[in-house]
Design a binder for this molecule. Structure first.
Ligand code: NAD
Length: 457
């Protein structure tokens, strides 16, 4: 049964007491919970597929690719490195601290609140749980109510597999979350839009609780002159159509030279046909839009610019065809808001420098993409663009590297996770210094003198 708001204070007390008694600190407990999480994913493959099909029509291969495979890889990665990450990290001690030794001791923060978004509703709620467990914390999970079938499944499975003394699921929407945010957590890990991110940060400020905000934004994709247009088109189409574009790191718009635009669009048309056939609205390999509100919002974008490919939609199935827009103005709503759907505006720029200027005039994106054959362009783009993540000659694929920290910058978020970055984010890196008692270097003690001053310089 779902935990009601009036029960939150009691829940917090129980979790706090389990944490204070050291339940979650033992490495054996952490390993056991990670193993249980892996079992939960493996033994409930069919139920997970069914929930994601109900919420998003998500094809099974996309469930594996975008949700479960990443989790399994993160679990394996963390499990193998848990002991190493948790060990004291020795640092050097300068002369003035001799005799002595110094180290950094990671320690768990305490109670972590994890709030997920609806677009990858399994991955986004469980991926932060992996470092939360690995770092020895207790956790409360609040899945997004918008992916309702998945939220219900998470609420059912987590207590069956994980230790309820330290890990709970709270279901609910705005009213419940508002109450939950009044509780005192030691860290809030939020994934979602920037508007709610601000609400989270305000609530967290009440208790001086640190936050990680995994937000979104408009991730640009630049096609450099001379780039391999076929390869770019294939990867772009894949990255934009995965989850029907409802991906925080999906390429949001494309910047290409006017002379390359026709060839790029033709290549995208061919790739779309190869991947999804002629009737894309009926493709079994293609997701639906999460709900009517988002469907209507996205259909509203189709009235701007000119439709080069696609443009079809079906309110009954809440599906929108992969659509390429051209002749869009930077002032059109489709270029003012994060699209978060299968619509790709292709704008023209005269040079890489102009593309860089265009991107830098806007908020810092979560991801930026460049397709190029030139190392010079690569270096220029890399040094000029501030972005959460950067990928050259592909999209999204950096997510498959557990040692690459994932997270935004500026308006696209704060704080990173995946691999050790997640472990460190949900740990306090406590400084420890241990002094020897002899010999005593007296230079720091009064009475002060010119001689001592000289020694200190
Ligand atoms: P959402 O509506 O599911 O909201 C996310 C969470 O916020 C949910 O748990 C929801 O219950 C809670 N919430 C909503 N309104 C609230 C309120 N008024 N007060 C307190 N809590 C509230 O998700 P969304 O915001 O539609 O997600 C889409 C956005 O998330 C996009 O901008 C996307 O780019 C971003 N996103 C980022 C990542 C990432 O990893 N950086 C991943 C996925 C999505």
């Amino acid at each position: 049964m779902s935990i009601r708001p009036e029960q939150y204070p009691a829940m917090m007390n129980e979790l706090r007491s389990a944490f204070d008694q050291g339940l979650t600190r033992a490495l054996a407990w952490r390993r056991q919970q990670l193993d249980a999480l892996e079992r939960m994913l493996r033994e409930n493959e069919a139920a997970i597929d069914a929930a994601l099909a109900a919420d998003l029509d998500k094809p099974r291969q996309e469930v594996l690719l975008g949700e479960v495979a990443l989790l399994l890889s993160e679990i394996k990665h963390a499990r193998h490195r848990l002991a190493r990450w948790s060990r004291p990290r020795r640092v050097s001690t300068p002369m003035v601290g001799q005799p002595g030794s110094s180290w950094v001791q990671p320690e768990p923060l305490g109670l972590v609140l994890i709030m997920g978004a609806w677009n990858y509703p399994v991955q986004l709620i469980l991926a932060p749980l992996i470092p939360a467990i690995a770092a020895g914390n207790a956790a409360v999970l609040k899945p997004s109510e918008i992916a309702e079938h998945t939220a219900a499944l998470i609420a059912e499975l987590v207590p069956r597999y994980l230790d309820s003394r330290a890990i709970r699921v709270v279901e609910g929407a705005v009213e419940e979350t508002t109450e939950l945010l009044k509780q005192r957590f030691d860290h809030i890990f939020y994934t979602g839009g920037a508007a709610v991110g601000r609400i989270i940060m305000r609530a967290a400020a009440e208790h001086l609780t640190p936050v990680t905000l995994e937000l979104g934004g408009k991730s640009p994709c630049v096609i450099d002159r001379g780039a391999d247009l076929r390869s770019a088109a294939r990867r772009l189409v894949w990255g934009k159509c995965l989850n029907a574009g409802q991906t925080c790191i999906a390429p949001d718009y494309v910047l290409v030279h006017p002379e390359d635009r026709p060839a790029l669009i033709e290549a995208m048309r061919a790739e779309l046909e190869a991947m999804y056939g002629e009737d894309r609205l009926a493709s079994p390999d293609y997701c639906k839009i999460i709900n009517r509100r988002h469907f209507d919002r996205l259909v509203g974008y189709l009235g701007h610019g000119q439709i080069a490919i696609g443009g079809g939609s079906d309110p009954a199935s809440e599906r929108i065809e992969p659509t390429v827009l051209i002749d869009v103005s930077p002032d059109d709503p489709v270029m003012q808001e994060e699209i978060f759907g299968p619509i790709l505006p292709v704008l023209t720029i005269d040079s890489l420098e102009q593309a860089i200027e265009f991107i830098r005039e806007r908020e810092k994106p979560l991801s930026a993409y460049l397709f190029t054959r030139s190392r010079k362009s690569e270096r220029r783009f890399e040094s000029a663009i501030s972005t959460g993540n950067l990928c050259i000659n592909d999209v999204l694929m950096f997510m498959s590297v557990p040692d690459l920290p994932f997270g935004g910058v500026g308006e696209s978020g704060m704080g990173q996770y995946h691999g050790q970055a997640g472990f460190d984010r949900l740990s306090h890196l406590k400084s420890v210094m241990r002094r020897g008692r002899w010999p005593e270097v007296t230079v720091r003690f009064a009475p002060y003198s010119n001689f001592k001053m000289k020694l200190l310089k």
